[in-house]
Design a protein around this ligand. Structure first.
Ligand SMILES: [Mn+2]
Length: 446
């Protein structure tokens, strides 16, 4: 469902009302996730916001051409900020602020220039983790943010979340949502939002256009995947007009591959199997393959596309990868006649889009047998799906267009709660009109 005006203006006012913003894509990060996160970082920073952008994995070096890549942080400082507030009413002016640490105690010494500070002028507070808003991008559900999520659960429960995504499996987490399941990439959703708001629109630099186009090119596999819509092509054209560097993207994403990746691709393409009657094509990469080729399971990400170009005439293409940490991961793509998102969900508890979905199997004794078993289940699932789509009369000749699977209702957009003021931040920012404010901070920092 495309974005509506209420969602857009609620998201815009959330950004305008926040000062410290945390931007997070999903773990196993892909170019759409990173491109979205970095584009948000650039736009919000230009609006004077203090933006922290997270890459919840080791940073993928092949994407280091992305503008702003160096800004990515793998984690955040979760240290507490305990705030001691001195009320300056009654004509008190602060001259100096010092602190001493002795006998296991910290003494904060406030020396007034004029007036007197009484104990009743002092209060205490806690600024918590220090973010006003979390912007989640390209992430269908919060646990997909991996370790970063589990390490910072408190943050996710105390800070309002703006959920920006295009996955049909999105669970509508967060207080604010901008989910457009008709968009080919999360960057396409962002582009629509940015274009809608004059204050954002003016900030789309060639760097930001490059980030947005990266997500669009990779999530549509250069506009070859069926999720490509006329709108995606239009957005791509507009981004090019705004200076997106398409050649740079293509060069880095498609033409530079480490040797280990090419070897593992070769191995997988050698192993293609198919069930012609069911219309399923699959291949496997085992843990032994990865070890032998000195490759990581992440390097298998482009293989599925190669499977599709090698044997295009199938209803489902699947790549099964045995993971280093145990279990297996299956990535699927399908023709218009099969809804793989629903199959993945129903059979294996996975999810995704109707034409591109995935699932994991955590436990099995033998990888090859687990694959055979999964293919068998999918085959049965496809037959059932086919029957229910066609009604009681079976017909192999014509497969009707499947109806869109039901979408969860849009959650009511709520204004994020107003958070407490950060004392230190305010003093630091109020340079022009405060006499001693800056000196205080300066001395404290030293
Ligand atoms: Mn995406």
């Amino acid at each position: 469902m495309p974005l509506n005006n209420d969602q857009i203006s609620a998201a815009t006012s959330a950004i305008k009302g926040a000062q410290r913003i945390l931007v997070v894509p999903h773990a196993n990060v892909d170019p759409d996730g990173l491109g979205s996160a970095l584009a948000c970082q650039m736009v919000f920073t230009q609006m004077g916001k203090d933006v922290t952008v997270i890459c919840p994995d080791t940073k993928p070096e092949n994407l280091n051409f992305l503008p702003g890549f160096e800004k990515l942080q793998e984690g955040i400082e979760t240290s507490q900020n305990f705030v001691i507030t001195v009320n300056l009413e009654g004509g008190v002016e602060v001259d100096k602020l010092r602190y001493t640490v002795e006998d296991g105690k910290v003494n904060i010494i406030v020396m007034p220039k004029a007036g007197r500070i009484n104990p009743q002028n002092v209060s205490f507070g806690d600024t918590g983790p220090g973010f006003d808003l979390i912007v989640a991008v390209d992430t269908a559900d919060l646990p997909l943010m991996g370790q970063f999520y589990t390490d910072n659960i408190d943050l996710y429960t105390s800070v309002p979340i703006l959920n920006i995504d295009h996955h049909i499996s999105n669970t509508n987490y967060g207080q604010l949502q901008m989910i457009d399941t008709t968009a080919a990439s999360a960057t396409e959703v962002l582009y629509d939002w940015f274009m809608h708001e004059q204050s954002f629109k003016d900030k789309i630099t060639p760097d930001i256009a490059t980030l947005l186009l990266t997500g669009l090119i990779t999530d549509t596999r250069s506009f070859q995947n069926p999720n490509t819509t006329p709108r995606s092509l239009e957005v791509a054209a507009e981004l090019l007009e705004r200076g997106a560097r398409q050649q740079e993207i293509v060069q880095h994403i498609y033409k530079t591959k480490p040797l280990s990746t090419l070897k593992i691709w070769g191995r997988a393409l050698n192993r293609i199997q198919m069930d012609t009657s069911a219309g399923i094509v699959w291949s496997t990469v085992s843990k032994e393959d990865l070890a032998e080729m000195e490759a990581a399971s992440k390097e298998t990400s482009g293989i599925l596309d190669e499977l599709i170009s090698t044997i295009p005439n199938a209803d489902i293409h699947i790549l099964f990868t045995e993971m280093e940490e145990g279990g297996l991961k299956a990535s699927m793509r399908s023709s218009a006649s099969v809804d793989v998102s629903s199959l993945a969900g129903k059979l294996f508890g996975g999810g995704g889009h109707p034409r591109a979905a995935g699932f994991r199997i955590k436990e099995f004794d033998n990888f090859d047998l687990a694959v055979i078993d999964a293919v068998q289940k999918l085959k049965v699932g496809m037959q059932e799906q086919n029957l229910s789509a066609q009604g009681p009369v079976e017909s192999q000749a014509k497969i009707p267009e499947k109806p869109e699977p039901p979408k969860p209702p849009m959650q009511q957009v709520a204004k994020p709660p107003v958070r407490g003021t950060d004392v230190i931040g305010e003093i630091g920012e109020s340079k022009p009109d405060k006499n001693s404010g800056t000196d205080v901070i300066g001395e404290l920092a030293e």
